[in-house]
Design a protein around this ligand. Sequence first.
Ligand code: VG1
Ligand code: CO
Length: 543
Amino acid sequence: MTALTIATRPIDGQKPGTSGLRKKTPVFMGAHYLENFVQSIFDAIGGAEGKTFVLGGDGRYFNGRAAQIILRMAAGNGAAKVIVGQNAILSTPAASHLIRLNKTDGGIILSASHNPGGPEADFGVKFNMPNGGPAPEAVTEAMFRHSVDITRYRISDAPDVDLARIGTATLDGMAVEVVDSVADYAALMESLFDFPAIRDMFAAGFRMRFDAMCAVTGPYAREILENRLGAAPGTVVHATPLPDFGGMHPDPNPTWAHELMAEMTGPEAPDFGAASDGDGDRNMVVGRGLYVSPSDSLAVLAANAHLAPGYARGLAGVARSMPTSAAVDRVARALGIDAYETPTGWKFFGNLLDAGRATLCGEESFGTGSDHVREKDGLWAVLLWLNILARRRQSVAEIMAEHFARFGRNYYSRHDFEAIETAAAETMMAALRMSFPRLPGRIVAGMEIAAADDFSFTDPVDGSVSRGQGLRILFANGARIVMRLSGTGTEGATLRLYLERYAPGPEGLDLDPQQALAPVIQAAHALARIEAYTGRSTPDVIT
Ligand code: VG1
Ligand code: CO
């Protein structure tokens, strides 16, 4: 067995987006494609020589083959050891935890997250740093630069390692430690939450449905909810990770998790429902007959986190992505802690978490997490909700009503316009940006525009600056429009339109969000001329 050096040429488009590099599966399976990108990762971090990495993925099509190639490349590049989830399965938060637990030099996660999987669908690769978090922009830029002038990659010609067998093997002198995908993560959860209280709640007849959407969280949710917490067998559905997610689109929102929504609004609805995405870092929570918007969920978790043993000492601060509603900011004010506003994507929370300035973080896109790992964490959020429900002994609806009565309500929605023509989307965004100097003072849909800008972020810890992170239009009445183009899609452009309006209460706290936001929606279409540029007047997905 020898380490080979294979000549290669740069391949266009290996620029990581919001969360790693995502492409159509056949593209990733093309000659040298995966190899070029993985070599660029190793080159960007100063080589793999003597290093230890974590490796695993969400089980989508090509997961197992890709893992074997990456193992041989790690060996070819002189890595000392790779810790792999059994059968190359690891959820994103579990991978983040293993990186931290074993103090490794980082990890490679095979996932395109909420994008569908399968031979004709999507595949993805992301690199996480020694802190367990997604590579920051400086590092993803370096990967891209290496991919642009790559001339060779290194790979061992050793045979496949049996990843089904737990234990340590060697591959061309490199140790390959195959670990149980769930055990360490489950232990971490048990250390954070009041498992006895949740167990008692289930024993008293509390009913739950968890939809794993045939993606990676199935084995984690089964072990934790059913085996350790005593939820009824069958609580977790679609629990086996499948290469094509059983044809499901593993994006936990009311549109794609429609089976769960139907059950939660039906006559026999359980007390609590939840779903997770492809790689296990997102969550949707639903009460009986009641959808909880992710921005509100973040606010409720922040207001009640002290009920969980792991957060009993209180929160150092909270952080949310800019498009996420300001609901959590109101909680932070009441708690007397700092609230940070960052660009979209978990990589921007890393420094705040590492510096101990934020304990809880969240995004409007169904992502919530804390400083227990450096990724958003779907099951963690579900368990924190269960802990709160067990301690407060109230329904989700009662908790939400009390929350809005105390803090007021940030009506919020995101409208996605998918697979629009890239050039049209870019022209529309450019035109809107150009109009900004003329906007302040203008009245649209009966509301006065106070300010408009292109969001730029200065990291409060290391001073790095990220520009062009979303167009914002702020109204004098506190309403807000944000528009940005997705950085995770693989087909055309996806326009994300984020809409928000604050209602202080006590009146008007239980409107339908789309109705409450009607003037804001109207203003957005008028100002951005979405239909004129894209031909679309209605969104594909509303969350
Ligand atoms: C989307 C979400 C963003 C999230 C990202 C990765 O990005 O909006 O909030 O961090 O997906 O999540 P974009 O650029 O498409 O808007 V995951 O769970 O798909 O890795
Ligand atoms: Co995800």
